[in-house]
Design a protein around this ligand. Structure first.
Ligand SMILES: [Ca+2]
Ligand SMILES: [Ca+2]
Ligand SMILES: [Ca+2]
Ligand SMILES: [Ca+2]
Length: 313
């Protein structure tokens, strides 16, 4: 199901964006209605949800987009990747971004209205600089309840930089995680967090040019004692050689409580491919589900039938 093209389901400003870098779905202003947060053209734009219309067949709609009131980016600090997390325990979803330049981690605290300020401005605690390279390509967060376990930043040169934090949010010395043989840091496209096995500890899945790789998370208490070099990602799946992956998202299409995957991209083998999860970090072979170009993908229950729908932008 696509929001785009369904009357004015999405505000015109989104359609005017020349590039969409990232889309997040959630209730960012705590009014019980699903909103969209879009990173596009190096701007962070909030689309408040309007909920379900009076006609049960009506789509979720969104009000006109609002650019974040606090300036977050400039030509020396360009956003490269974004994900939702909880930084301050107030259940208003916060963000972490990977930005270009000497301080790749940018933590953003939700003001509970869908606008965001830097963690530094909200708490007085700086984001770390220098330790994770200056050319990030992907970011993901593992969370236990309302607390961050670790943040993984992939840098094209530095590799996989894993950060843990003390109680004040000050980062510990980073750990470097190892990629599978034959995958270089520059090949990494995206990283996401999911429960890939059944131990209730969040795991990482990484998308690279030729496929995927996974890391099954250790219990949070062990993370800070982990040796610095020997945590390795393992091969999770391969993609057809002519497929060019750009995005991935999780769902459970066959309702077996094991995470499945949609990978968006392009190539003669289709523009989005679907993979069934094996429940151990690996995935079965991929099948085409979409044959139109994909800028980004999101999942939400767009028509309120209790099932998640695929939103293609
Ligand atoms: Ca909302
Ligand atoms: Ca929060
Ligand atoms: Ca796990
Ligand atoms: Ca499944």
């Amino acid at each position: 199901m696509q929001y785009r093209g369904q009357d004015q389901a999405i505000g015109d400003p989104l359609l005017d964006l020349a590039s969409v870098q990232s889309v997040e779905v959630g209730d960012f202003n705590l009014d019980g209605k699903t909103d969209l947060l879009v990173l596009g053209e190096n701007k962070l734009i909030f689309f408040p949800g309007t909920g379900i219309g009076p006609d049960e067949n009506q789509f979720h709609g969104f009000e006109e987009g609002i650019e974040n009131p606090t300036l977050l980016f400039d030509s020396t600090r360009i956003p490269k990747a974004m994900t939702v997390t909880e930084l301050n325990g107030d259940s208003a979803p916060d963000l972490v971004l990977a930005v270009s330049g000497p301080s790749p981690l940018l933590r953003l605290v939700n003001q509970t209205d869908g606008s965001f300020v830097p963690f530094e401005a909200a708490t007085g605690v700086d984001d770390p600089s220098g330790v994770c390279g200056d050319n990030p390509t992907a970011i993901a967060v593992r969370q236990a309840g309302l607390a961050v376990i670790d943040i993984l930043i992939s840098d094209a040169a530095r590799g996989l930089c894993d950060l843990t934090f003390d109680n004040a949010g000050i980062p510990n010395a980073p750990i470097t995680l190892t990629l599978p043989a034959g995958v270089s840091p520059a090949d990494v496209i995206a990283i996401k967090t999911a429960f890939l096995d059944l131990d209730n500890i969040p795991d990482f899945l990484l998308l690279h040019k030729a496929g995927g790789a996974f890391f099954l998370g250790l219990p949070p208490a062990q993370v800070q004692d982990t040796p610095t070099t020997n945590i390795a990602f393992l091969p999770a799946f391969e993609l057809p050689a002519d497929f060019i992956p750009t995005r991935m998202l999780f769902t459970d299409i066959n309702r077996d409580n094991r995470v499945d995957l949609v990978v968006g991209g392009a190539g003669s083998t289709g523009d989005a491919r679907f993979l069934i999860g094996n429940g151990n970090g690996s995935f079965g072979s991929s099948k085409t589900v979409l044959s139109s170009p994909v800028s980004d993908l999101a999942l939400a229950d767009a028509d309120a039938d209790g099932k998640e729908d695929l939103i293609s932008l």
